[in-house]
Design a protein around this ligand. Structure first.
Ligand SMILES: Cc1ncc(COP(=O)(O)O)c(C=O)c1O
Length: 386
């Protein structure tokens, strides 16, 4: 069996799916692009998406000439709601993208049923949610399709990487044809990714974590190493050269290995997430309502701070590894929003939350250290009564 077949088989087993439903890509965003293309989405079509996402999501829509239609998020769970999505539907709506933010999807059953009734496709952005469930079913199995990421800090990692799950059989042939256009990663790209995966082991230590993170971020900005996003993706809406790329056998082999510890990490994340939620509630901070907790896989736990720079500095001193996802409604872009057809002021909740958000780690065995740090810095958090 090839690494491609084995990897697809392992992924499919976690999703109660068949390996035939899985496609592998160099990054998760490539999977989204392939799915949209297979759905025939293009010029004049509208795709609904949250105004609290990663810029590569509207990019995939714009590369195909379609129009992103943003929806604000809810105070309750930081996801879009069915009611708000419905308001944005027009005769040109071809697809609704729902996001599993930090490991939580919301109102999926209602959204998927409504979309089906109106002949609108649905895609679940499960980049945060592999291994978790929604109403007892694996994340990604409610919509016509889903895409997942295996980039750094995702439920399991292959450095960069991603895959898609297709649930709508009518799209099978079309996706197969689209996937035939995938190019292969170059030897240099495969080698640098392999090197980064090896170096990453050193980031397990607190003494090297912050210096290496800074180095990686500055190198990936210049394109010297395989980074999360290229300058073309962050500064333009032009399809970058070499974007539509297949996975490499190196990613597949690392993926097969990393999947072995997924279950253990998923359990740890859920446990930590529930501990943080209880703590935040007790201290009058933003927290999730009980009703959504069973569906949350807690890849990260959001906190809202008054001064982000100061809080990050304090966390580094206390050796607490914070994440900084969704620093803007189309993370990490903070300028020229009009290129992405976004006016952030139209989305006051997404704008407010992205101005104050940081994320707590849920995969650390030492939640007590994080809680101590929070207790020492309660005056830095925005107090919140629901
Ligand atoms: C919400 C969301 N969607 C899509 C992506 C893109 O995933 P990838 O980096 O694998 O392309 C990310 C990346 O982290 C993300 O956070």
């Amino acid at each position: 069996m090839t690494s491609t077949e084995k990897y697809k088989q392992e992924i499919a087993a976690h999703l109660n799916a068949s390996p035939k439903q899985i496609s592998l890509y160099w990054k998760g965003r490539v999977g989204l692009y392939a799915l949209l293309k297979a759905m025939g989405i293009g010029q004049g079509d509208e795709v609904i998406l949250p105004a609290f996402t990663c810029v590569v999501v509207p990019n995939a829509i714009l590369y195909l000439g379609a129009t992103p239609v943003y929806v604000d998020i809810s105070d309750d769970h930081l996801n879009t709601t069915f009611a708000h999505i419905k308001e944005k539907v027009t005769p040109n709506t071809r697809c609704i993208l729902v996001q599993n933010t930090f490991g939580l999807s919301s109102e999926l059953d209602q959204i998927a049923a409504f979309a089906k009734d109106h002949s609108i496709y649905t895609i679940e952005d499960c980049t945060h949610g592999f291994g978790g469930t929604y109403d007892g079913k694996p994340n990604g199995t409610y919509c016509d399709a889903a895409f997942y990421s295996t980039q750094w800090n995702k439920p399991f990692s292959t450095g960069v990487g991603g895959f898609s799950l297709l649930n709508n059989q009518l799209l099978e042939q079309r996706l197969k044809e689209v996937n035939q256009e995938l190019i292969s990663p170059s030897l240099k790209q495969r080698k640098t990714l392999g090197m980064l995966i090896r170096v990453r082991k050193f980031m397990l230590h607190d003494s090297t974590y912050w210096p290496l993170l800074r180095l990686y971020r500055s190198w990936s900005k210049t394109g010297a190493v395989v980074g999360s996003s290229t300058a073309t993706e962050l500064e333009t809406i032009d399809l970058p050269e070499g974007y539509f790329m297949a996975s490499s056998s190196e990613q597949e082999k690392v993926g097969i290995q990393s999947l072995k510890s997924l279950h253990e990490f998923s359990k740890l994340r859920q446990k930590s997430g529930l501990i943080y939620n209880e703590f935040m509630r007790k201290h009058g901070q933003w927290n999730y309502p009980d009703s959504v907790l069973p569906n949350h896989s807690f890849l990260k736990f959001p906190v809202f701070v008054k001064d982000r720079t100061r809080f990050i500095q304090k966390a580094e001193k206390a050796k607490v590894r914070l994440g900084d996802w969704f620093l803007s409604p189309i993370h990490p872009v903070t300028a020229n929003y009009e290129l992405w057809q976004l006016d952030p002021h139209q989305f006051p909740k997404a704008e407010f939350y992205s101005n104050h958000i940081l994320n707590l780690p849920t995969d650390s065995k030492n939640t007590q250290k994080v809680l101590r740090f929070l207790l020492d810095n309660m005056d830095e958090l925005i107090s919140w009564e629901k």
